[in-house]
Design a protein around this ligand. Structure first.
Ligand code: URP
Ligand code: ZN
Ligand code: ZN
Length: 474
């Protein structure tokens, strides 16, 4: 099957250009100047021609930080790999990287197998895994070789959640040394969990149990301290490090300081930290604020401008979602009267591109090519998928969005595909949305003719084996 996308403006991270794109089967067969002789001959042999006049042709987005069916606080995040990857597709995300968890006392093998079993045959779009290492032993360190061999080339380590996922500095350092030897990337949840737990206990003892105090209990300084420590330890170990969900200006300062010293340090922020705040979403007035309990928490508004600045200047490399959805009605409810029992996480996978485009590109904070870099090209490169995904280029997977920069869209739980009973952006009006979404050459979403309908088969998404390339530093 040959599909010609004609008359659009291709946007890669390197910039925009008017071009026609030929899809052949699952791959991009060619990209040529519009109205060139090659384009004319493609037109004659194409099975289908799609008129992309007025649209941008951009690489399918990659969300490098999701948690489908994740166990947390006695419940599970509510999106399955099926519903969560459908929601991804609706929003223009054609690849996710989720987190497989090694439970305490279990092997990496068992953790990875469990996540393969959850995902295989259920995903709407392509997927990969990071491996969370929560029980560092000689045996799990040895297992890191086979995990990388199987295409899981990044490990996540937690400096927060003592007693559950947190590991101490010595163990973290051992994993980093091993990761360095394997060219694997260390993804770090950077918060000083021990200090935070003391503050949390003090707040609960003082009767400060509402969701608002979740945010206040986790200081931006605890995140900054851990960010610095993680990068310093990775630097000592010779490992490349990627700080996940960086949320505030202090942590950003430490990141930039270590980057300037030559550390192999990268970081992402997430949509929510760019547009939501304590002042607007968590002022301490109602139980509804439980909808915004995630970790790190929302910050004061003044942290947003530095994050946008860091996206524009390249010190922050990626925008992900940390999609970890729980229903408000019954799951968030578990923590009424005690914020420590509110399952941590929020729904976001469907809205990342809309938010990034509207508040980034439309607001003049980032260029369209930066939008592509942050949502697709950088995660593909950093996570070892650059030979398959992340650009509109011959030979790569035909993961392609036809992006309409002029369409108005209202975000609402009533129309979303994510399985939560609320949206973090309820009623927000944005300009810019995916008109058509191709995943490996197949039209899986067409918002122009069949909005709200997934056009592909359940389970069509494939596991992507990722190369170990030390976050692109290798
Ligand atoms: O609140 C969050 N972020 N939940 C998911 C787990 C994590 O720390 O990323
Ligand atoms: Zn985390
Ligand atoms: Zn997360």
């Amino acid at each position: 099957m040959k599909i010609l996308i004609s008359g659009g403006t291709v946007i890669n991270a390197s910039g925009p250009f008017a071009a026609d794109v030929l899809i052949e089967g699952e791959r991009i067969a060619g990209v040529v100047e519009a109205n060139s002789s090659a384009s004319t001959s493609w037109r004659e042999s194409a099975d289908q021609i799609i008129d992309a006049t007025g649209l941008y042709v951009v690489p399918g987005a990659i969300d490098a930080h999701t948690h489908m069916e994740m166990p947390f606080g006695g419940t599970h995040s509510v999106d399955t790999f099926e519903t969560g990857t459908r929601a991804a597709a609706y929003g223009g995300t054609t690849t996710i990287i989720d987190f497989a968890i090694q439970s305490k006392g279990k092997s990496l093998r068992e953790g990875l197998d469990a996540w393969h079993a959850k995902a295989e045959g259920h995903c709407a779009v392509d997927y990969g895994f990071h491996m969370i290492v929560s029980d560092v032993t000689e045996s799990s360190l040895k297992e890191m070789d086979l995990v990388v061999d199987e295409g899981v080339s990044s490990f996540k380590l937690f400096m927060a959640y003592p007693g559950v996922l947190m590991i101490d500095d010595g163990l973290m350092f051992k994993v980093m040394q091993k990761a360095a030897a394997l060219n694997a990337l260390c993804c770090i949840h950077a918060e000083n969990g021990s200090a935070i737990d003391i503050v949390v206990a003090q707040m609960i003892a003082e009767g400060k149990t509402q969701p608002h105090y979740h945010a206040l209990s986790r200081s931006p300084k605890a995140e900054a301290e851990a960010t610095h420590r993680a990068i310093a330890l990775a630097d000592m170990a010779g490992a490349a490090v990627y700080i996940v969900h960086l949320s505030n200006e202090y942590a950003l300062d430490d990141l930039k300081f270590m980057q300037a010293r030559g550390a192999k340090a990268l970081a992402e922020t997430c949509t929510q930290y760019l547009v939501l705040s304590i002042e607007d979403q968590m002022p301490g007035k109602s139980w509804e604020e439980a909808k915004f309990v995630f970790t790190p928490p929302l910050r004061e508004k003044r942290h947003q401008a530095p994050l946008w600045g860091a996206l524009a200047d390249g010190s922050l490399a990626v925008v992900s979602t940390d999609h970890c959805p729980f229903r408000f009605a019954d799951q968030k409810e578990l923590g009424r009267g005690n914020f420590t029992k509110i399952p941590n996480g929020g729904p976001g996978i469907e809205n990342r591109l809309q938010i990034l485009w509207h508040f980034g590109v439309n607001a003049g904070r980032i260029t369209p090519e930066k939008f592509v870099e942050l949502s697709s090209t950088a995660p593909a490169r950093i996570f070892g998928m650059g030979k398959q995904k992340g650009a509109i280029a011959p030979g790569l997977d035909a993961d392609i969005l036809l992006w309409d920069p002029n369409v108005d869209y209202t975000i609402s739980a009533a129309t979303q595909c994510m399985a939560t009973d609320y949206s973090m952006f309820e009623g927000w009006k944005v300009k810019g949305n995916a008109a058509k979404v191709f995943s490996r050459g197949e039209l899986v979403v067409d918002n122009t003719t069949q909005p709200g309908k997934f056009l592909g088969a359940t389970g069509r998404g494939r596991f992507i084996k990722r190369e170990a390339n030390a976050g692109g530093f290798a």
